[in-house]
Write a new protein. Sequence first.
Length: 310
Amino acid sequence: MATAQELMRAQFARFAALDPQLPDVHQLPAGGEAIVARIPGGGTAAGLVARNSNPAGSAQSLWQAGEVFELFPIVGEQPRAGMDALLHAWREWLAKQASPGPNSACTVVWPSRDVEATRALLDHGFLPLACLSVRPTAPVAYTKLSGTVNIRRAGPADLDAVVELTLNELEYAAMVGTSTYRPDAPQLKRTAAHVRLHSSDPVWLAEQDGTPVAVAECGWVDTAKSPGGSRLRSGTWAYVNCVSVQEKLRGTGVGQQLMATAHNEFARAGAVGSFLYYNPPNPLSSVFWPRQGYRPLWTMWEVRPATALR
């Protein structure tokens, strides 16, 4: 029987052949509970289940369930059969736990290009509700929109405008992905925006006739400080946290010009690339972000509530 270390080595060798943008290693979380499954026909799969809570009042509660069971699969060179066997074992494990409530979820994050595992995830009730997508750093040439649209960096005085625009995005995202518009969303968004606008994280506003009509909230992540602990390759990355365009101006090029400004700034700052999360079921994001040069690296599969795992 292959050891977990042997399965991990085989798994990351296969990942490297599938997608060169994947990190060479990815550490498993400390703690958690191990699961082992026999694969029909021979072989073993293993995994680690981590349990996380996102209580009311936490920022994480806006895009995750209150109780999350995340599986970190180790399936070696048998992605489909290994994943299927492991998910069966996970369902049996979950049945022995205290029954999770309706505000719960089971999640698996898996390389987007490893499509052999996709069938097993679908068969067990998982939906691909989010993607971590990446874009290499490159300056963007664009034609400035005619009229009165202006792009500028936002500051503390723009707090109300930033909050309003990001709440609009959350309200839309809650209909098509993992996000949830909870009663305390306005205060949580205000707190997060206040911190961001008083930090070095870049936030851009698009204005029309002096009125804010779109926002791009961004930040910086240095994955070199946590080698093996990130799902990105080592280096300084730009993070696109939220982009929101007023409904009446969607499709007019405002969002493209806003992101061209951001991408040119990322290039000037020397970022190795930029990344973001978008929801594949979102009919706007699933078209807009590939046009800006982003492509899926990791897919976040989810079953909600956790008891819906098949």
